[in-house]
Ligand binder design. Structure first.
Ligand code: FAD
Length: 289
C-alpha cells in the first residue's frame, strides 16, 4: 500500500522545524529515521497531514558525554551511539541494549530518540532510559522542558511528546562507582522484537555488598516496568544474593499479555529467567568496575 497524502517539510534549522510543527499542530509528525513511521504510513496505521523531516538538522546528530550523563541528539542513529567507545565507557548499557535492536541496516537509519518517542513496549531503549532514570528534552516554539522517563512513557506507542513538540535530545545518566549493567532478552530470531527482555543495574558498596538492584522489563506491560529488587536480593555480596527471590518479585509485579507470539504465562516465565541472568551479569560487571 502507499501512504495517504501529506504535506512535507524539510527544515534546515531547529527553529524552522518548530515553526512547521507549531503550524501543523495535531496533524504534524516528525520524520526521523523512518524505520517505524514509514511502515506505519504505508500500512495506513498513521495518517498525519504533515511530515516534518528532521534529517537535514545535522546540529542534532550529536552524542556527548556530559557530567550528568550521555546526551544523545535527535538525529544520532542507533549505530552512531552503539559504535562510540566514549559512550560505551561512560554508560555501557547503551551498547549492551543497542546490539539487540533490530539489524545493522535498521540501526544505520533508526534514531535513539525516535525509538524513545515511538514508545514501543517491546523496544529496548525505553527500558534503558527508565532503568537509568533518564529524561527526554522536548522543545516547542518558545519553550523547552525535560520530562523524566517515569513520566515520558504513557502507554503502548504513546509518549509525553505532544503536538507541536520536537524531542531534541535524551539524557542517559552515568553509573555510580561499583555499578554494573546488563541486558538480556529472548526473541524468536536475532533482531526481532523481544518476547521478553530485562535491563538490570546492580550497585555495590565498598565491602562489595549489594546496595541497589533494579530491573526494567520489556514486552511484559504497556510501558517499561521498573522493579526495585534490592530487598529481594538480600543486601549481600553477589555470590550469596537471592536471585530467585528477585525473579519472583519481578514476576509478581508484571502483567504480561498473550498475543500471537507468546502466551502471558510464557512471558512471565521468561521474565523470571532473564531477571536472574541479567542480575548475575550486572553483578559481575559491578565487581569488575
Ligand atoms: C524490521 C524492524 C525490526 C525492528 N526491531 C526493533 C527492535 O528489536 N527493537 C527496537 O527497539 N526497535 C526495533 N525497530 C524499530 C527501530 O528501532 C526504529 O528505529 C525506532 O523505533 C524508531 O526510530 P526512527 O528514528 O526510525 O523513528 P521514525 O520511524 O522516524 O519515527 C517513529 C515515531 O517517533 C516520532 N519521532 C521520531 N523522532 C522524533 C523526535 N525527535 N521528536 C518527536 N517525535 C519523533 C515519529 O513522529 C513517529 O511517530 C525495528 C524496526 C524494523 C523496521
Amino acid at each position: 500500500m502507499k501512504p495517504p497524502p501529506f504535506d512535507y517539510h524539510a527544515p534546515r534549522s531547529v527553529g524552522e522545524a518548530l515553526d512547521a510543527l507549531d503550524a501543523a499542530g495535531e496533524h504534524g509528525k516528525v520524520l526521523a529515521g523512518g524505520q517505524s513511521l514509514i511502515p506505519m504510513l504505508n500500512m495506513r496505521l498513521a495518517a498525519p497531514g504533515c511530515l516534518v523531516d528532521i534529517n537535514r538538522l545535522t546540529e542534532l546528530a550529536t552524542v556527548d558525554v556530559e557530567p550528568g550523563g550521555v546526551r544523545v541528539g535527535a538525529l544520532a542513529r542507533h549505530a552512531q551511539v552503539e559504535r562510540s567507545g566514549r559512550v560505551a565507557a561512560a554508560q555501557p548499557l547503551l551498547r549492551q541494549a543497542l546490539r539487540l535492536v533490530a539489524h545493522p541496516v535498521i540501526r544505520n537509519r533508526g534514531t535513539v530518540v525516535g525509538s524513545l518517542v515511538h514508545a514501543d513496549p517491546a523496544a529496548e531503549l525505553p527500558a534503558v532510559l527508565t532503568l537509568l532514570g533518564g529524561s527526554v528534552r522536548l522543545a516547542r516554539r518558545g519553550a523547552t522542558r525535560d520530562v523524566p522517563a517515569a513520566d515520558f512513557f504513557t502507554g503502548p506507542l504513546e509518549s509525553a511528546a505532544g503536538p507541536g513538540e520536537l524531542a531534541v535530545s535524551a539524557l542517559f545518566p552515568l553509573l555510580s562507582p561499583r555499578s554494573g549493567t546488563a541486558f538480556r532478552e529472548v526473541a524468536r530470531r536475532h533482531g526481532d522484537y523481544a518476547l521478553a527482555g530485562i535491563a538490570a543495574l546492580i550497585s555495590l558498596d565498598d565491602d562489595l555488598r549489594i546496595t541497589g538492584a533494579r530491573v526494567a522489563c520489556v514486552s511484559v506491560g504497556p510501558v517499561p516496568v521498573l522493579v526495585d529488587v534490592t530487598d529481594a536480593c538480600g543486601h549481600r555480596p553477589p555470590a550469596s544474593a537471592d536471585w530467585a527471590a528477585a525473579a519472583r518479585a519481578v514476576q509478581e509485579r508484571i502483567e504480561p499479555e498473550a498475543d500471537i507470539h507468546a502466551t502471558a504465562h510464557y512471558r512471565r516465565h521468561l521474565a523470571g529467567v532473564l531477571t536472574q541472568q541479567a542480575l548475575r551479569d550486572a553483578a559481575r560487571e559491578a565487581l569488575d568496575a
